[in-house]
Ligand binder design. Structure first.
Ligand SMILES: NC(=O)c1ccc[n+]([C@@H]2O[C@H](COP(=O)([O-])OP(=O)(O)OC[C@H]3O[C@@H](n4cnc5c(N)ncnc54)[C@H](O)[C@@H]3O)[C@@H](O)[C@H]2O)c1
Length: 444
């Protein structure tokens, strides 16, 4: 099938590569000329395991092409995927300018029947807006061309995006007519062989399903962080509580890890956008507001622990940070808790020496040559002359370090672990002062 994908970011690029992998003829269009030039040279602008191999293979096979030519994009695919960003607007709502710009482009250039597929995460009612925009542009052109708009939200996880796309847990198709249902079913058949994963529903329910999923996951995290803060005050160990509650299948072990807050391009903005949508519809979403504020507070917890440990004297302190990306296996720094920590440390007069296995370039892009930031070539290098070590991202490479080396390098043996990856008893035996999240130490 012929497919055009607008937006070659985390979602668009993975979607394009995976749809090409199963034999489709995919054209990826982006307005970012630099991004497209890099892709055309075979460079992958993001870190995503398995993606480079997939892109290279499908480009070589002629099934995957990158372009900035919007008209060519509209002419190419029966399916016109919209996979552009929907960042938060100032008021917390999802900013639809990129989505509607693509709708405008499709309306301006289309000559034949097209299925417009909303893959971006968009508020309920956006498919109607996309349809209205395309319709008004077509009407202005004085032509009569049929098109459909469907909602097909994406659930891939950064860090496992290719696998998630190839073996999805669900494929949500929000549609209002049988014609598009059949065509979308055919498109997704290669990803639906093992068992039925396709859920066809009305468009608004599909749009809401995506927000509901992310809001539920964010709620689980904020719930555990709330409990972790409580555990600190009560002298309990949240990790023991976690396994205790996870054993109940109604609760389960997934996604109940306490930590230094959730980040990334999705949870923060989607919880906020859903709360905004609720308000717009006259409903005060108290739970969503709480999920958001618990998370904002949680992103400050490590700084508060560091501040207290050093008795407020952070000026001139050197803090080593392991992990900058908002989670392992990605280079995505959007809303990463590490950013809040670094910025508050800087504001307090401290310096940062940091290492991340994938997000160094992205950190450099965001902070440039910040005078209080040293990006190091290895985890070990961050420890030289450092007053403390902070774990911000639970990359595998940080899980089993040589603690005696760490102790020898740090000025004083103190670790702040924002992901609870170490054993407090072991660290105490090794002679460290160890602060984790919700593990019994005095609360901040
Ligand atoms: N990143 C994720 O893990 C993830 C997962 C599921 C859903 N989503 C949703 O998917 C959407 C895209 O997210 P992302 O992380 O891939 O964003 P991204 O910022 O990585 O990529 C968006 C791309 O769209 C391009 N773009 C903007 N306007 C355009 C236009 N008019 N025509 C063509 N290209 C244009 C940008 O240049 C950019 O390359 C968002 O709505 C997001 O919420 C993201």
């Amino acid at each position: 099938m012929k497919i055009t994908i607008f937006g070659s970011g985390y979602v668009g690029l993975v979607t394009g590569a995976c749809l090409a992998e199963v034999g489709n003829d995919v054209l990826c269009v982006d307005i970012d000329e630099n991004k497209i030039a890099r892709l055309q040279k075979g460079e992958i602008p993001i870190y995503e395991p398995g993606l480079e191999k997939l892109v290279t293979k499908n480009v070589a096979a002629g099934r995957l092409i990158f372009s900035t030519d919007i008209a060519a994009g509209v002419a190419h695919g029966l399916f016109q995927f919209i996979a552009v960003g929907t960042p938060p607007d100032e008021d917390g709502s999802a900013d639809l300018q990129h989505v509607l710009a693509v709708a405008e482009s499709i309306g301006s250039h289309m000559e034949n029947y097209r299925i417009v597929v909303d893959k971006s995460t968009v508020p309920v009612g956006t498919a109607d807006k996309v349809r209205d925009r395309i319709r008004s542009v077509i009407d202005k052109r004085g032509v009569n061309i049929e098109f459909d708009v469907v909602s097909n939200p994406e659930f891939l996880k950064e860090g496992a995006a290719v696998e998630d796309f190839m073996k999805p847990e669900r494929i949500i198709i929000g549609t209002d007519n049988p014609r598009t249902t059949e065509l979308l079913r055919a498109l997704y058949t290669p990803f639906n062989r093992n068992h039925e994963r396709i859920f066809v529903m009305d468009i608004r329910s599909a749009e809401l399903t995506k927000y509901a999923a992310n809001a539920m996951l964010a709620t689980k995290i904020s719930f555990m962080n709330e409990l972790a803060n409580l555990a600190e005050r009560l002298g309990a160990d949240i990790e023991q509580v976690r396994v205790g509650i996870g054993s109940d299948p109604r609760i389960g072990y997934h996604f109940i890890y306490p930590g230094c807050g959730y980040g990334g391009s999705c949870f923060p903005k989607d919880v906020q956008a859903l709360a905004y949508t609720a308000k717009q519809s006259g409903y005060q979403a108290d739970l969503l507001e709480a999920v958001k504020s618990v998370n904002n507070r949680q992103k400050e917890v490590l700084f508060k622990k560091i501040h207290r440990h050093f008795k407020g004297e952070l000026k001139g302190k050197n803090i080593a940070i392991w992990g900058l990306a908002f989670k392992p296996n990605t280079d995505d720094m959007r809303e990463a808790p590490s950013r809040i920590l670094m910025e508050t440390l800087w504001a307090a007069g401290a310096s940062v020496q940091a290492f991340d296995p994938a997000a160094m370039d992205e950190t450099r892009r965001i902070y440039g040559n910040h005078s209080n930031l040293k990006l190091c070539a290895s985890p070990e290098e961050t420890l030289t002359n450092a007053d403390a070590l902070v774990i911000m991202t639970e990359w595998n490479v940080f899980r089993s370090p040589d603690f005696s080396d760490i102790k020898a390098s740090l000025k004083s043996p103190v670790i702040f672990d924002g992901r609870n990856i170490y054993d407090p008893q072991r660290l105490s035996r090794e002679g460290f002062t160890y602060y984790a999240i919700g593990r019994g130490e005095t609360s901040v």
